[in-house]
Design a protein around this ligand. Structure first.
Ligand code: ZN
Length: 181
């Protein structure tokens, strides 16, 4: 059970680290290139056509998640192409350089458009995804140092005099026994 938990923790830390690196890359990139992934859907309702747009974009060190629902898309209709699209453009002119999260709802025209948005600075995501890899790194370093000094991996008790089973906590550690020689 403990091993499984540790394995799951390492897996999560690995995924976290991958995201951490990716976000870091996109953060730097976002000052020159605005990357966006957008999903658009068009559904026919009994009385009108509904247009939905969901997008995730990077601009000036922020991640922006946006959802927009439009009932009568007079302007959108011409260029509304349903499906998934990837865009790489200059960071959006309207993008604000923010350092704290912001969120809200939009209703450009209460009759036809509604939706919500969340804008997160990349540094917050870096902290969120950096915590687990940092803990994993510290644990790994602790284990490595205990192994090197012939200590019990479990509790850190000096095992050089009694290899095999730890007299302090009872943990069996063959790795310690061999490295203690
Ligand atoms: Zn021990």
């Amino acid at each position: 059970m403990k091993r499984l938990l540790r394995w799951l923790f390492n897996l999560a830390a690995g995924v976290s680290l991958t995201l951490f690196v990716l976000i870091g890359v996109f953060w730097v990139r976002s000052y020159w290139i605005g990357d966006a992934i957008e999903f658009r859907r068009c559904s026919q309702l009994p009385r009108f056509t509904q247009y939905e747009t969901c997008s995730l974009r990077q601009a000036y060190g922020t991640v922006q998640l946006n959802y927009q629902l439009t009932g009568q898309a007079f302007i959108l209709r011409k260029k509304f192409v349903p499906g998934l699209s990837l865009e790489h453009s200059e960071p959006q002119q309207g993008a604000v350089r923010i350092y704290t999260p912001i969120w809200g709802t939009h209703s450009l025209n209460p009759q036809s458009t509604s939706g919500w948005y969340v804008v997160l600075p990349d540094w917050i995501l870096l902290i969120v995804f950096g915590v687990m890899p940092a803990i994993a790194g510290m644990l790994w370093r602790r284990d490595w140092s205990r192994k090197r000094h012939g200590q019990c991996l479990h509790c850190g008790y000096d095992l050089r005099a009694s290899p095999g089973r730890c007299p302090e906590c009872g943990a069996i550690s063959t790795a310690v026994a061999t490295s203690a020689k």
